[in-house]
Design a protein around this ligand. Structure first.
Ligand code: NIG
Ligand code: FE
Length: 426
């Protein structure tokens, strides 16, 4: 039997540990926290001991006496900030090619839906994806994941959705599965065959929905390679009834429900997803009061993607403040994809969230730790510095958590630890 009190990694000299748990005392030296919906627990002069990939102890350095550190690797943080590893709960990172041509068109005034209608957009990436071999897709995704890890991401959700046929969607999930097996980051696979209607079904949209429901979802579920099912509920893509049918089929096959809703037009997808018990509703830039109320009175996490709003050159950020003030659970993610957001840094997303949506740095950090973990069903596993959680940590070249959004994407990450191992990339 392993000695569970025997640490294999100990981080000492932590100036500030941001545990992502709520503070227990009511006194804060930071007056801005009075208006924040989340008051963080901050531990000064802390130490963290890990064993077999799990956190054993988090607290004042004196508490380490309880732990056997005799054979542990000791890392001295020299007064710096340590947070949980960050969770990117919405990405589309397996694809080939780039859409910088569309970006330039958008800068000159074309809109994302206009470009999509003219044959660009998601379908142009689908054409490239279908030509690409698994190794090429794996290698490019691996490089992006390494870049994400260097900005503090330790868990990443990855959606399929550039294949749009049974064979090609299974190819995407197989690449995502290989990334999960071979890369140090924790990967959450999501099936998103309902990302667009492919060229060959443009005149038979219903036929495509049948294919997703009757063939793709059962195949993805049978192979056990997806945890969630997502759908792009949007005007010109999938309507609310189609989206509901797809999510219901996913649930029947053991896949939790997620939805891209209220991104450009309001269709009612958010309310539908909440009523089905979806784990998350994502984008929400065109959220209505009814959608807001539905989210606030449910366990469905609102995943906001302010990098997408910025990248698309728009100003209609999701109503983060109203969601938080009404008690909704708010997470943040990059939405990393070739068309609408090439941001891969979650710290930079927290900057946009704070500066453009009026979130407090503590609310934004909750959005990329605990609440992002909820949005991928891993809230008992990652996103907190707490005994029993995965030993996923970031040691920052900073001494206060507010530096993360404030530093606006400066490379502050010194070390990333995933499951108790310091991450290195070849
Ligand atoms: O979340 N909104 C739909 N899907 C992606 C965009 C994907 C693409 O443009 O390739 C998104 O923004
Ligand atoms: Fe997306």
């Amino acid at each position: 039997m392993e000695d569970i009190n025997k640490a294999d990694l100990v981080v000492i000299g932590i100036g500030q540990a941001y545990t992502a748990r709520p503070a227990t005392s009511g006194k804060y030296s930071d007056p801005s926290l009075e208006r924040s919906t989340f008051k963080p627990e901050l531990i000064a002069n802390a130490a963290i001991a890990c064993s077999n990939g799990r956190i054993l102890h988090v607290g004042a350095e004196e508490g380490l006496e309880e732990v056997d550190t005799s054979e542990a690797l000791i890392v001295d943080a020299e007064g710096r900030l340590v947070t949980p590893g960050l969770v990117d709960c919405h990405t589309h990172l397996v694809f080939d090619g780039s859409r910088h041509d569309e970006y330039a068109m958008r800068c000159m005034g074309s809109s994302y839906p206009e470009i999509a209608t003219a044959g660009g957009g998601i379908l142009s990436t689908v054409r490239k994806f279908r030509e690409a071999g698994e190794d090429l897709l794996f290698d490019s995704a691996q490089a992006r994941m390494a870049a994400m890890a260097f900005t503090g991401t330790t868990t990443v959700e990855i959606k399929s959705g550039y294949g749009l046929s049974t064979e090609e969607e299974l190819k995407a999930l197989s690449v995502i599965g290989r990334l999960a097996d071979e890369e140090p980051l924790r990967v959450v696979p999501t099936f998103m065959g309902a990302h667009e209607v492919p060229d060959e079904y443009r005149s038979d949209r219903a036929g495509y929905v049948d294919l997703v429901v009757e063939e793709m979802i059962p195949a993805a579920s049978e192979q056990g390679i997806a945890r969630f099912c997502d759908v792009f509920c949007e005007k010109g893509v999938f309507d609310v009834d189609e989206s509901e049918r797809i999510l219901r089929a996913g649930i029947e096959h053991g896949l939790g429900a997620k939805i891209h809703s209220d991104e450009f037009e309001t269709l009612g997808g958010t309310e539908m997803a909440v009523s089905m018990g979806a784990v998350s509703a994502e984008h929400l830039t065109a959220l209505t009061d009814a959608g807001l109320e539905a989210l606030a009175s449910s366990a469905t996490t609102a995943v906001l993607l302010p990098g997408t709003t910025l990248f698309l050159g728009k100003g209609d950020y999701a109503p983060a403040r109203a969601l938080l003030d009404r008690g909704a659970q708010v997470a943040l993610a990059t939405d990393f994809n070739p068309g609408s957001s090439t941001f891969l840094s979650l710290p930079l997303i927290t900057t946009i969230a704070c500066s453009q949506m009026g979130m407090h740095p503590a609310e934004a950090l909750q959005g990329v730790t605990t609440n992002a973990a909820r949005a991928v069903g891993l809230e008992e596993e990652v996103g907190r510095l707490e005994a029993g959680y995965a030993a996923d940590l970031v040691i920052w070249d900073a001494d206060d958590y507010r530096m993360i959004p404030y530093a606006a994407g400066h490379p502050l990450v010194l070390f990333v630890v995933i499951e108790g191992e310091i991450v290195t990339f070849d």
